[in-house]
Design a protein around this ligand. Structure first.
Ligand code: ASP
Length: 436
């Protein structure tokens, strides 16, 4: 059996934290694959290496600003390298500087160097082999190409112990391509999948997943176990747990993920499994979260139920304008499409509504802005009697009006549209009622 352990930026930010990582990895011989993030923040005022590298790229025309960012990169790596005196850190940094300062390199390449060097250093410290992600992680049209990645991985005889840089792979042309921010989580899943690991341990600086964001509810309870489905809903609805695409490579396997705290490894963490085995009453609710800045576009047309292909016509206009639809609800003679405000911030929104109205021959189209979507996520929520009633009562007691509601028969979530400015208060109220 083998385990892949992914360590986040804070776990790799200093010599002291890397020493802890070493202890964790060595404590279990099955931990044969290690995925490394770039060094993160050592304290609140520090800057992440990834952000500094983004700064280097952005300032390629401004030597002083470039150098200031690069000084931060150097300081971060020198701090960690103190642990591995044999590692040629100065040569690496000198080479990196010349490469990203004087040769033509893409932003993705520059930014990927944080993970690259972090993984090389960690490999040297652990005495593991460095295995570059460019050897097997493949992208196609900007997205992970799992089939090609699995094919490439077949050529690697992975019988040893490896440290792999997170966050990037290569595109169709062989150029380095990064995932979106936080993407080392996806690398962990890819490694688990392609090398057939039985467990994916994701080590960070928190104890696991909380029922609500501890910054909103300080007494929030930690969850012992959540299902893939619940996790997907949570990440999508704004709870920052793992990268929202982390599960994709694992879905057919299905390999469990165990979230653990590098700084308190004895704590139980949170398990993420295909199907929950723990569903005691007090564990039904997995998460109460929400997202601001949504707009509901309501399209009304009489006799909508008789219009074959109407939805298709509507969605093709959204597609043309490249507006991603977050949710839809439908009524007898109207359809509602929820979109995040950021989706249309660069276009003339009123113009878009006018085109949409004309193209689908709607009676009326109206955009309702300033909506927040509050989400209650948990095991088989639609089968539990009284949850919606409890949530509505709690909200109405505090004068929070419900503007939309969505719950499908087989889902593990309830989504409630409320006024943008009420979201924090609503999360606190609903938490108090449903969890305590
Ligand atoms: N270093 C990258 C970031 O800060 C990727 C990661 O850590 O997952 O987003």
């Amino acid at each position: 059996m083998s385990i892949v352990c992914k360590f986040g930026g804070t776990s790799l930010a200093s010599a002291e934290s890397v020493r802890r990582v070493g202890e964790i990895v060595k404590a279990d011989a099955r931990r044969r694959f290690v995925v490394a993030s770039a060094p993160g923040k050592k304290n609140k005022t520090d800057r992440k290496v990834t952000d500094l590298l983004i700064g280097c790229y952005a300032n390629s025309d401004n030597e002083d600003a470039f150098n200031e960012c690069f000084e931060g990169v150097k300081a971060a790596f020198r701090g960690v390298a103190a642990l591995v005196p044999s590692f040629p850190i100065e040569d690496e940094l000198y080479g990196l500087y010349n490469e990203i300062r004087y040769s033509f390199t893409s932003e993705d390449y520059v930014v990927s160097r944080g993970e690259y060097l972090s993984a090389k250093l960690l490999a040297a410290y652990l005495g593991y082999e460095f295995l570059d992600a460019t050897r097997f992680i493949r992208f196609m049209d900007g997205e992970l190409d799992l089939a090609a990645t699995m094919e490439q991985a077949k050529s690697i005889n992975a019988g040893g112990r490896y440290v792999i840089p997170g966050f990037y792979g290569v595109d169709e042309k062989g150029y380095v391509k990064t995932f979106s921010r936080g993407g080392s989580d996806i690398t962990g899943s890819v490694v688990a999948r392609v090398f057939g690991c039985e467990l994916y341990e994701n080590w960070t600086d928190v104890d696991g997943i909380y029922v609500a964001d501890p910054r909103v509810i300080s007494r929030a309870k930690k969850v012992e176990q959540v299902s893939y489905r619940e996790l997907r809903e949570m990440s999508y609805m704004g709870a920052s747990v793992l990268h929202s695409e982390t599960l994709l490579p694992l879905l057919d396997a299905p390999i469990p993920i165990h979230l653990k705290n590098t700084f308190e490894p004895e704590k139980s963490g949170t398990q993420i499994v295909k199907k929950r085995t723990r569903v005691e009453d007090e564990e039904v609710i997995a998460c109460i979260t929400g997202k601001n800045d949504h707009t509901c576009i309501q399209i009304s047309k009489m006799m909508l139920d008789k219009q074959l292909g109407f939805v298709k016509k509507v969605t093709s206009v959204f597609e043309e304008y490249r507006i991603n639809i977050a949710h839809t609800h439908s009524g007898l003679d109207n359809l509602c499409f929820f979109v995040e405000r950021s989706e249309y911030k660069t276009i003339d929104f009123d113009g878009f509504l006018a085109v949409l109205k004309e193209r689908v021959d709607a009676d009326k189209i109206k955009g309702y802005e300033d909506l927040a979507l509050l989400a209650v996520i948990g095991h088989n929520l639609s089968e539990k009697v009284g949850i919606l009633a409890t949530v509505f009562n709690a909200l109405s007691k505090h004068d929070i009006g419900v503007r939309t509601v969505y719950q499908s028969p087989s889902e593990c979530n309830i989504i409630i549209g409320i006024d943008d400015k009420e979201l924090m208060k609503a999360i606190q109220i609903v938490y108090a009622e449903l969890v305590g």
